[in-house]
Ligand binder design. Sequence first.
Ligand SMILES: Cc1cc2nc3c(=O)[nH]c(=O)nc-3n(C[C@H](O)[C@H](O)[C@H](O)COP(=O)(O)OP(=O)(O)OC[C@H]3O[C@@H](n4cnc5c(N)ncnc54)[C@H](O)[C@@H]3O)c2cc1C
Length: 487
Amino acid sequence: MNYVTRKDFLRWSVMGSVGLYLNSCHTKPTKENIQSENVIINDTSQRSTDLSPDVTFYKRSDPEYEKLRTGFNKRIQKFPLIIAQCKSSQDISVAVKYAQKNNLAVSVKSGGHCFEGFSSNNDGLVIDLSLMNTIESIDEHTVKVGPGCTLAQLNDHLLPQNKIIPAGSCGGVGIGGLTLGGGYGLFSRKYGLTCDSLLDITFIDGNGNILTGSQEKDLLWACRGGENGNFGIVSEMIFKTYDTPAAFRSHRFKSHKADAAHVEKMLEKWFEVTAELPLSCFSAFVLNNKTVYILLTDFEHHEETVEAFKTSLGPLTDTIQIGKPQPLEQALKVFRGKSAPLFFKNSSAGLYENYETIRPFIKEVISKVIETPGMIYQINTLGGNIQQPEFEKTSAYPHRALPYLSELQTYWEVASRSKYYETKFEEVQSIFKANNITAQYRNYPDIQFNDWEKSYYGKSYERLQQIKTKYDPHNIFRYEQSVRSNV
Ligand SMILES: Cc1cc2nc3c(=O)[nH]c(=O)nc-3n(C[C@H](O)[C@H](O)[C@H](O)COP(=O)(O)OP(=O)(O)OC[C@H]3O[C@@H](n4cnc5c(N)ncnc54)[C@H](O)[C@@H]3O)c2cc1C
């Protein structure tokens, strides 16, 4: 049952995010036009075609189609002509060549959690990687992971071996999409973004060539924050792993029935107290209607940070919960979130340098969120080792200098509420736009961002365009906000 309570919102929003606006609800195809499409693609009626022993092509009339076409965001409904479910790099190569021959746009789907549904399309081909979810240890500190592996599967495999990859925590999110857009989580301030632990890739380009990151350095650079279905498909990922910490603590500070002035005061204090956060800590500031919820986590033991939070925020909060040390496996379960699809519109609401970035206008944002039940405004701490110069050099992720990532979220329960929330959402986003908040996180896309190229990719965009030209010259990988060739 997809019923979202305020408690869910709070739990969710701790590490969650999501969002697109494209109200392009495509009409479900009729039987007639399915048949006419068969004329164009006449070999898709076979499950396992003779093209490859493992790739399976599903068309609209197949019973599996409906489940496979569905993404995590129920607000976005798309209807690809064909879904190719692949089990290997060779399968993907076959599917790409097939799309090229039949002039079909290709979308790539790993975990299907893209806020804006960019992992699907209307009338094109979707390459589904959900079965490519194996995890294989190479040595004590290196692991090979399929892009379709979810974060829950990854943690279930790695944690019993006392290993982690610094990624997000929501169980259903795919490691494929998360890593290729950057990827942050509870361990990022110490170990960097998820893409900073990516050592190598296997990659299928727009001509169906199977390549590796160790041979194609530009591709590996792009896959660290700049390759969400822009010019090819990552079929294997090799990651560096880290040892799990001995214990994990999470602390919560809450203020109920807060008015805008109170929220503003708390936010300013929160920015102050997080400015010098130890690397092992993560914090999130969450405003959900009139409730402020602050999370502080730590996988070492920085008593002085907890004390600083208590001193600074204690007088402004109603309840403080100081967590006991827990084994990591147990502690992370709280952050897994829901796995069933939801209606939502979520997106990045800017990356900030500090409180001064938003001080002039934030009260207006806070007031709007307070008067809109179902809307959440959240800011997460990045910074720390994410800012290491070495990571800056070796990755396309462009926003390392900005240590705060904000997200605007809205959740609802029935399709008929979509228009209302989309409108409310855009009202808040327009405040950020009017105040020149432009740096945005690619993994939290918004179809309404104007200058999305620079917003997501900043100074990396031109190099990404060259890579697009080289590896996908016919632009078969394309969606509303995909990198465009510069020739
Ligand atoms: C509930 C929830 C919680 C989240 N929590 C976090 C978090 O803690 N930290 C964080 O950083 N982000 C978080 N995100 C955002 C998340 O990183 C993005 O939504 C991510 O793109 C999802 O990846 P996916 O594989 O599940 O999605 P998909 O929809 O399958 O893919 C997302 C994008 O990546 C492309 N892509 C996917 N796989 C490949 C591939 N193998 N090769 C090439 N392109 C590919 C797709 O084409 C699409 O453009 C969260 C999202 C949700 C919905």
